[in-house]
Structure formats: structure tokens, C-alpha cells
Design a protein around this ligand. Structure first.
Ligand code: NAD
Ligand code: IPM
Ligand code: MN
Length: 365
């Protein structure tokens, strides 16, 4: 019997609701595949600030580092929005990503046939979209120095950040993206702002130089403003996108809406070694938190990515993904993906339906 330790970080807002569903689904799929999982649940984000005074307690990072994989819900909320930087939930998440060294964030945006009508785009534009956004996660403007606030001698206030990439940071994320593209349709689009920003000029140069190592991948470049437009105009032109931390943050939220809802998009973050971090791309959704309205499928699909990428448990991952499709086929929808003729359910009920589908595959292995 294979056994693994999973760190669960529910976090804030809808985080605990979606993690509770994902944990049950993960447990069931694992046990049906004769895998034993040990869960270790720890605080992060606002919950950790309230409990320990820090958004990423040392104990949480240590547990995460010593486990086989980390599954996170979401962090953040109105309550902590005006806290000083080091006491913000978001700072805890950035420290976690950085502490785990997970510099490559894979965000797949797939339009499922069942959800074409939930997309805000026309059927013929959305149908068949299958994009992988490879977002650099531990560098760029999120982490660059100098940063901070200052006043000049006239008393004017300034807030400033630094967008910075080293050549080796660009090379390592680009290599991952080329490899991802190679396993997909062999097209890689690097998105930057090389017409204006030095960090992007270096980005484009280094990515271009690597292309020689991957002759089977067709590399193209696009400015980020055009990419934002092209994603809505004709999303099917994209296969794999590689981009920096902040552009990847923005473009992946945009890409999520092609699929019907941000509540559907999972993600996997990996580094050179050590445990990966798996999380939905959405936030803590304070507007619907505590109301049993959240779509848990992004987190459930993140759990499937965890099984595949961190544990190499492909069969268990498939079980979960098949169960999600089956549940959608049965017509169950949370509010964010609801369309006429479907059955509106809450977060918990959606979880129960996915569990039934996971269970019903018991003998098909
Ligand atoms: P958000 O993603 O939390 O919510 C945006 C909108 O999408 C809201 O209307 C919300 O109700 C909806 N939504 C999000 N997830 C959903 C789901 N699973 N099911 C149904 N609807 C869903 O973004 P925001 O409102 O800009 O940010 C709220 C808080 O979350 C902030 O504190 C922000 O910093 C934080 N945040 C955290 C993460 C993370 O933990 N990885 C990601 C993004 C934002
Ligand atoms: C995300 C979020 C985070 C980010 C925030 C909460 C720090 O928006 O995971 O996409 O910007 O990376
Ligand atoms: Mn984001």
C-alpha cells in the first residue's frame, strides 16, 4: 500500500468549504486505489493571523515542506485588507510559494462541452478551448526590490515596486513551458511587454534562445495587451502560454471565464524538488463565503492534479476527473456555472454528488 502525507491549508472565506469537499473526494479516490493518505491540517492566511499573529506560521511552512504535497483553499478577506504588509493573508501565500520554491504555476483552462453554455462567449468561440497557462510564480514584481512607500522632500507620497527577472529565472520557467507544450499540441506563446519593459526584453531574448533546444515546439511571442484581447477574440489559437508572475495572474483569471467560471480552474505549482502546491486559482470569495454557494470543483480538480503531478497516482487522478465530468453530465451545477434546465446545488451537495460518482466507478478501475 502506497502512503503519503498531504498538508491541507483551508485558509479563509470559501477556502474551508471547498477544502472540506476536496478532502472527502481525495480520501475516497485514494482508498479505492489502495493508497493511504494522511492529512495534516494547518492554518494559513487570515485564519493564521487571528490564531498565531502571522499569516504563515513557521509550523505551517515546516509541515508543508515535510509533506508529499500541499493542497490550499484560498486566503484573504475584508477583515485583514488594511493590515500592514507583513500581516496580510496574501503575504502568507507568497511566503508559502517562495518557501516551497514552487516557481512554475500550471493553470489549465479547458472548456468542457458540458459547460459551453456557461461561458459568456459565443458557443463557436468557446467550444474546444484547451489552454495551459504557465505562470512564473516566485519572481517578478511580486518579489522584486526595491519596494515600499516613501515621501519626497515636498511631502508627496510614493508607492513603488520593481519588476525584475534574472536570466536563470527566465530559463527555468521557459524550460518547463517548452516541455509542457511538447506534451500538448507543440505550440508555445510567450507573453511579455518587450516593447516597453527591460525585464520583458530579457525575457523575450532568453525564451527565444532556448527555442533551439526544443525544435519540436513552435514558439511565438505576443505583447500582453494583445494577448488579453486575443484570448477573448479567438482563444483556440492558444495551446501553451508562458508568462511572468503578474501577467500570468491576470491572464489566467481572464482565461478562466472562457471555461464558464473561475470556480472551475485548478492549478499546480512545482519547483525543482520538494512538495508541490495545489490550489484553485480563485480567491476566498468573501461575497459568498459561509453560504454554501461556492463551486468546489476547482479545488477538487486541484486535488486531481496533486495526485497526478505530486504523487504520480494517475488512476486516482482520472477517477476524480471522470467523476467531475459525470457529475456535470448529471446536470448538477453551482450558481456560478448554472444554466437553464440544470439542477442548482450548493457546495456540500456538489461534493456529495462527486463522491457518488467517484464511488460508482469502483469496479471499472
Ligand atoms: P475571488 O476569486 O475571491 O472572487 C472573485 C469573484 O468570483 C467573486 O464574485 C466570487 O464570489 C467569485 N468566485 C470565486 N471563486 C468562486 C467559487 N469557487 N465559486 C463561485 N464563485 C466564485 O477574488 P477577489 O474577490 O478579487 O478576492 C477576494 C479575496 O481573495 C482577496 O482577499 C484576495 O486577495 C484573495 N485572493 C486569494 C487567492 C488565493 O488564495 N490564491 C486568489 C485570488 C484572490
Ligand atoms: C492568485 C492570487 C494571488 C496572486 C494573491 C492572493 C497573492 O491572486 O493566486 O492568483 O496574485 O498570485
Ligand atoms: Mn489571481
Amino acid at each position: 500500500r502506497r502512503s503519503y502525507t498531504i498538508t491541507l491549508l483551508p485558509g479563509d472565506g470559501i477556502g474551508p468549504e471547498v477544502i472540506s469537499v476536496a478532502k472527502s473526494v481525495l480520501s475516497l479516490a485514494a482508498s479505492l486505489e489502495h493508497i493511504s493518505l494522511q492529512f495534516d491540517e494547518l492554518p494559513v492566511g487570515g485564519a493564521a493571523i487571528d490564531l498565531t499573529g502571522a499569516p504563515l506560521p513557521a509550523e505551517t511552512l515546516a509541515a508543508a515542506k515535510s509533506s508529499d504535497a500541499v493542497l490550499l483553499g484560498a486566503i484573504g478577506g475584508y477583515k485583514w485588507d488594511t493590515n500592514e504588509k507583513h500581516l496580510k493573508p496574501e503575504t502568507g501565500l507568497l511566503q508559502l510559494r517562495s518557501g516551497l520554491g514552487v516557481f512554475a504555476n500550471l493553470r489549465p483552462a479547458v472548456v468542457l462541452p458540458q459547460l459551453v453554455d456557461s461561458s459568456t462567449l459565443k458557443r463557436e468561440v468557446a467550444e474546444g478551448v484547451d489552454i495551459m497557462v504557465v505562470r512564473e510564480l516566485t519572481g517578478g514584481i511580486y518579489f522584486g526590490n526595491p519596494r515600499g512607500f516613501r515621501k519626497d522632500d515636498k511631502g508627496e507620497d510614493f508607492g513603488f515596486n520593481t519588476e525584475v527577472y534574472s536570466g536563470s529565472e527566465i530559463d527555468r520557467i521557459a524550460r518547463i513551458a517548452f516541455k509542457v507544450a511538447r506534451k500538448r499540441r507543440g505550440m508555445l506563446c510567450s507573453v511579455d511587454k518587450a516593447n516597453v519593459l527591460e525585464s520583458s526584453m530579457l525575457w523575450r531574448k532568453r525564451v527565444s534562445a532556448l527555442a533551439a533546444e526544443f525544435p519540436d515546439v513552435e514558439l511565438s511571442h505576443m505583447y500582453v495587451d494583445n494577448a488579453a484581447m486575443q484570448l477573448i477574440r479567438d482563444p483556440k489559437q492558444f495551446d501553451t502560454i508562458v508568462t511572468n508572475n503578474i501577467f500570468g495572474d491576470i491572464l489566467s483569471d481572464e482565461a478562466s471565464m472562457l471555461t464558464g467560471s473561475i470556480g472551475m480552474l485548478p492549478s499546480a505549482s512545482v519547483g525543482e524538488s520538494g512538495p508541490g502546491l495545489f490550489e484553485p486559482i480563485h480567491g476566498s470569495a468573501p461575497d459568498i463565503a459561509g453560504q454554501d454557494k461556492a463551486n468546489p470543483l476547482a479545488t477538487v480538480l486541484s486535488a486531481a492534479m496533486l495526485l497526478r503531478y505530486a504523487l504520480g497516482e494517475e488512476n486516482a487522478a482520472r477517477r476524480i476527473e471522470d467523476a467531475v465530468i459525470e457529475t456535470l453530465n448529471m446536470g448538477f451545477r453551482t450558481g456560478d456555472i448554472f444554466s437553464a434546465g440544470m439542477t442548482l446545488v450548493g457546495c456540500k451537495r456538489m461534493g456529495e454528488e462527486v463522491l457518488k460518482s467517484v464511488e460508482s466507478r469502483k469496479t471499472t478501475g
